[in-house]
Write a protein that binds this ligand. Structure first.
Ligand code: 13P
Length: 339
């Protein structure tokens, strides 16, 4: 298959109008924090067990089209000895890979960060493809503060995202472009909207500069919400702000916007996604999810390393994915949480 046919086939599999993406690509540091919160030690073996539990959840592929994996997972197998990317593929989930190397301070822009990992990116992508990955993810972060993100931070991060996306497409790998505007802080929703507008605008300007084909690109943005330390905004308000800024900045050629959950509770992220889809009007993109915490958290609390809880944890994961799927259709009701 040539590169463009490969990109097209992957977009067709990931963007089918009814399913989202599971992010299971926490770095070793991040998964360590999630495990510690449920009293579980993070070792290669506990991480293997957890990722095998997620990928083996019966019925997951009815609500999830693809799964983002961490490098380590590519090398691990389930209890039957089947490589985990192959477990995903057999289950009907397109395997993807997180290829960034995490963030570091951006010199010249105090308070901002930039993501490392462009060096050796092509080799890492080729190795991941050989293990079955068909799409990739790269995350840049933008803290909101009185002086952040700076204009330099916005430009530098956009440039890196675009360089990553161009390398992916040259190898036939669909890039998920993730500019995460952080939820931390006590800012109003209007401030988050202004930051998201500047960030998304810069990202698409950079993608254009680098010749990235938007038809084969997925955007993974934050929802526009007030800072975590503020009173929560009603879902209608989040939806209106998010749609307004998306319409101002994201070209219609982009097939899908798959939101991250970014520290919202599962219920909150699902209700907000639902409100976004109820108010979508003539929005040209599929509006779905690529949640990590909002899909995994309840399941992780149930499992916490106990083999006898695997089936219950898998059911909790699939339940969250189904609710998120209903939200993609604008037919989620908070009352479903009690059922
Ligand atoms: P959350 O949904 O937990 O924000 O994670 C999404 C993700 O992939 C962060 O990079």
């Amino acid at each position: 298959m040539n590169v463009e046919a490969q990109l097209e086939a992957t977009i067709r599999d990931l963007v089918d109008g009814r399913r989202g993406i599971l992010a299971a690509d926490e770095s070793t540091g991040t998964i360590g924090k999630r495990f510690a919160a449920v009293g579980l030690e993070s070792t290669p073996e506990t991480r293997r067990q957890w990722r095998a539990l997620l990928l083996g959840a019966p019925g997951l592929a009815e609500a999830v089209a693809g799964v983002i994996l961490f490098e380590e997972t590519l090398e691990q197998c389930d209890d039957a000895g089947v490589p985990l990317p192959e477990v995903a593929r057999r289950a009907g989930l397109v395997p993807g890979i997180k290829v960034d190397k995490g963030t570091a301070p951006l010199p010249g822009a105090p308070g901002d960060r930039v993501t490392h990992g462009l060096d050796g990116l092509e080799e890492r992508l080729r190795a991941a493809c050989a293990r079955g990955a068909r799409f990739a993810k790269w995350r840049e972060v933008y803290p909101i503060g009185p002086h952040n993100p700076t204009p330099l931070g916005i430009e530098a991060n956009a440039e890196v995202l675009a360089r990553y996306a161009a390398v992916c497409q040259s190898l036939g790998v669909v890039p998920i472009v993730e500019p995460e505007v952080l939820i931390d802080g006590d800012h109003e929703i209007d401030r988050a909207a202004a930051v998201c507008e500047a960030v998304w605008h810069a990202v698409f300007h950079a993608l254009h500069r680098h010749g990235v084909l938007l038809e084969y690109t997925i955007l993974k943005p934050s929802m526009v919400t007030p800072g975590r330390e503020r009173r929560r905004a009603p879902p209608e308000e989040v939806a209106e702000a998010t749609l307004r800024v998306l319409k101002r900045t994201v070209p219609a050629a982009v097939p899908a916007v798959n939101f991250l959950s970014g520290g919202q509770t599962p219920e909150e992220a699902t209700a907000n996604l639902d409100a976004i889809n109820r108010r979508r009007g003539n929005a040209p993109w599929q509006l779905g999810f690529s949640f990590a915490r909002a899909l995994q958290q309840p399941a992780l609390e149930i499992w916490a390393g106990r083999p006898e809880r695997v089936a219950a944890a898998q059911a909790a994961l699939v339940r969250r994915a189904r609710l998120a799927q209903l939200a993609m259709a604008g037919s989620y009701e908070p009352a479903m949480e009690a059922a």
